[in-house]
Write a protein that binds this ligand. Structure first.
Ligand code: PLP
Length: 379
């Protein structure tokens, strides 16, 4: 089955009691039993909900996995993966990642005795020097947020397998339309479904996808024991969002391509970070593991002052100044003070995330209007 057909039909069957083509929102906390233990597989809605089950089946299918699990946010999904570990365990992860993931690792889990190594993941061969007897997990994001660095998923998966580690890939930026890490050897895929999967900036949610039944059992146990589950209305919204993912992504990619080249030619723009440029450090890897390059990018201005960046950030009219990404509408964001404010300044700057870096999420509006908006704002 091709990708668009799969996205539309994944997880949804006509409702058996009514024939409703769209999965109903089962707004209930519990299920009546005929006698203790005599039920239809649903006992209590933290553990099971039919709207959530349909979505979790869709999650599995869109990432070519066997199992999917839904969480109340992307960070709750990440939290569940790290809870597979025990004090003393070590994680190898990238030095350029979503600020909230970095905050969860450093401010929450380091306290519980888990050690994280933040390294340059552009070269997979960097990893092995950090592997020791305590290493349990490799966590990668590719493309990274916000610098659009690319990591070779298949190469990291080979290192992970060789050393008996788990590999989890945050696939939020690419979405399953562009990249499927399980096919490349990852053990777990994580998504902030808040972004491209939901796609309409109206829901917060997270997802995990995997193939291994034991891993699924462990993560399901954490999901129901810790309780970060999404409500049925939110599950419905994401299930609906997934049905148009391929159509939206196609336009995000077209618009992204046009805007990246427009920015690069603009006389006031200095650097543009986007994996679709042939001179991007890891263009060959991006081309190999992604179907296209998407609508996320960052750029800096030739006048590199923070004032000039602030001026541009507050003068767009269509690009709304806001955190988040992946919705139908275009957004502009200042990582240093917004999405990545929880990363210490020296750390940030050392890894290339300067004070004046601007990140955009190119939406699916008419691209001429988006260019005009940026052109006016950049000046
Ligand atoms: C937004 C985001 C997250 C966190 O997801 P929430 O749904 O906001 O909790 C994690 N990773 C990446 C790459 C993100 O963009």
């Amino acid at each position: 089955m091709k990708i668009g057909t799969k996205f539309i039909h994944a997880g949804t069957e006509p409702d058996p009691s009514t024939g409703a083509i769209m999965t109903p929102i089962f707004q209930t906390s519990t299920y009546v039993q005929a006698a203790p233990g005599q039920h239809k597989g649903y006992e209590y809605a933290r553990s099971q909900n039919p709207t959530r089950s349909a979505l979790e089946e869709a999650f599995a299918q869109i990432e070519n996995g066997k199992y999917g699990l839904a969480f109340s946010s992307g960070v709750a999904a990440t939290d569940a993966v790290i809870k597979l570990l025990s004090p003393g365990d070590e994680v190898i992860t990238g030095n350029d990642m979503y600020g909230g993931t970095y905050r969860l690792f450093t401010k929450i889990f380091e306290k519980f005795g888990i050690k994280f190594h933040y390294i340059d993941m552009r070269e997979a061969s960097n990893i092995e020097q950090y592997v020791n007897a305590n290493t349990k997990l490799i966590w990668i994001e590719t493309p990274t947020n916000p610098l659009m660095n690319i990591t070779d998923i298949a190469a990291v998966a080979a290192i992970s397998k060789k050393n008996n580690l788990l590999l989890c890939v945050d696939n939020t930026f690419a979405s399953p339309y562009l990249q499927n890490p399980l096919d490349l050897g990852a053990d777990i895929v994580m998504h902030s479904a808040t972004k491209y999967l939901g796609g309409h900036s109206d829901v917060i949610q997270g997802a995990l996808m995997m193939n291994d039944a034991t891993l699924r059992e462990q993560l399901y146990f954490i999901q129901k024991s810790c309780g970060a589950v999404p409500g049925p209305q939110d599950c419905f919204l994401v299930l609906r969002g997934i049905k148009t993912l391929h159509v939206r992504m196609q336009r995000h990619c077209e618009n992204g391509h046009a805007i990246a080249h427009f920015l690069r030619k603009h006389s006031a723009v200095d650097k543009v970070y986007w994996a679709g440029f042939e001179d991007h450090t890891n263009y060959d890897i991006a081309k190999k593991q992604m179907r296209d390059f998407g609508g996320m990018m960052s750029f800096t201005l030739k006048d590199d002052s923070i004032e000039n960046a602030m001026r541009v950030l507050s003068s767009t009219r269509l690009f709304a100044l806001a955190e988040s990404l992946g919705g139908v509408e275009s957004l502009i964001n200042h990582p240093a003070s917004m999405t990545h404010a929880s990363i210490p300044r020296e750390e940030r700057i050392k890894n290339g995330l300067t004070d004046s870096l601007i990140r955009i999420s190119v939406g699916i509006e008419d691209v001429e209007d988006l260019m005009e908006d940026l052109n006016r704002a950049i000046g």
